[in-house]
Design a protein around this ligand. Structure first.
Ligand code: G
Ligand code: G
Ligand code: MN
Ligand code: NA
Length: 249
């Protein structure tokens, strides 16, 4: 079990690492960007998954400095890769903290990354918690020129109305709908509805958790723009992504 003191020490000692999962254009299968996913390289030697420490990091407020490190490191990686973009997951606690915009602005300035190559992934929870604060923060982030994506779409409790009340550029279809879209009519229908909604609102749509050739084929047929998932690539380290990007140049 992960303890508060372990986590604070881990940040001080630089024990967090980022892996990156590439996102592909669904038709050309060229890499368009990569999503940063944090792991903790614990002193015991194990690689600890975010599910085991992000909730605690949120609870104790460590998510703010950890999130700042993630932003800076991911922007620096994108500068190294040269062409593709980078996506960073942002917790509701970071939006609530009040200095997310300044943190993003600083990460861009210190790394020299062009704002349009950074995408922030937010979940519906961000929108439900504190609507006025959330709206102001998202508007300020848009003014910086970064892209905003609604992550895990379809799993939350917010109404469809939220999607047009906030300045999102993109939607990520949650992997639970992709998982059985080839075998369950209801899931395929939900995927198709989200794709239609994205198209109607001028937002790009990414399908997450694509694991099979059949899912990829159906997503292409249904007009999905971009895909992410184990079928095309699991999360890899920065150097592997650099090699993949170089190979497609
Ligand atoms: O890496 P893994 O596949 O186990 O990711 C699980 C979840 O952890 C992701 O869906 C994402 O929501 C969350 N996560 C991963 N990296 C970060 C991060 O840097 N910041 C935040 N806030 N959440 C993250
Ligand atoms: O919640 P978020 O969408 O930010 O996190 C993505 C999570 O999904 C990460 O934990 C990542 O490791 C995981 N993931 C990525 N591709 C696949 C996949 O094809 N199948 C499954 N089951 N999980 C995946
Ligand atoms: Mn995500
Ligand atoms: Na997601």
């Amino acid at each position: 079990r992960v303890l508060e003191a372990d986590l604070r020490r881990a940040l001080q000692r630089g024990e967090f690492v980022l892996h990156y999962q590439p996102r592909f254009d669904a038709h050309s299968m060229r890499i368009t960007s990569a999503e940063a996913l944090v792991r903790w390289l614990a002193p015991s030697g194990g690689l600890v998954r975010p599910a085991e420490f992000i909730p605690l990091a949120e609870e104790i407020g460590l998510i703010v400095p950890l999130g700042e490190w993630v932003l800076h490191t991911a922007c620096a990686a994108a500068v190294q890769w040269g062409t593709i973009g980078v996506s960073v997951n942002v917790s509701p606690a970071q939006v609530r903290s009040g200095d997310l915009t300044a943190t993003v602005e600083r990460a861009l300035r210190e790394t020299g990354l062009s704002p349009d190559r950074l995408e922030l992934e937010l979940t519906e929870g961000v929108l439900l918690e504190d609507t006025d604060r959330a709206r102001d923060t998202l508007a300020a982030l848009k003014r910086l020129g970064v892209r905003l994506a609604l992550d895990d779409f379809g799993t939350g409790y917010s109404s469809l109305g939220y999607i047009r009340r906030f300045p999102f550029d993109a939607i990520k279809i949650d992997k639970q709908f992709v998982a059985d879209m080839a075998t369950t009519r209801g899931s395929r229908a939900i995927v198709q509805s989200i794709l239609g909604l994205g198209k109607a609102l001028g937002m790009s749509v990414t399908a997450e958790g694509v694991e099979t050739a059949e899912q990829l084929m159906l997503l292409r047929l249904d007009g999905c723009d971009e895909v992410q998932g184990f079928y095309a690539s699991p999360p890899r380290d920065q150097a592997v992504i650099a090699g993949l990007v170089q190979a497609q140049a």
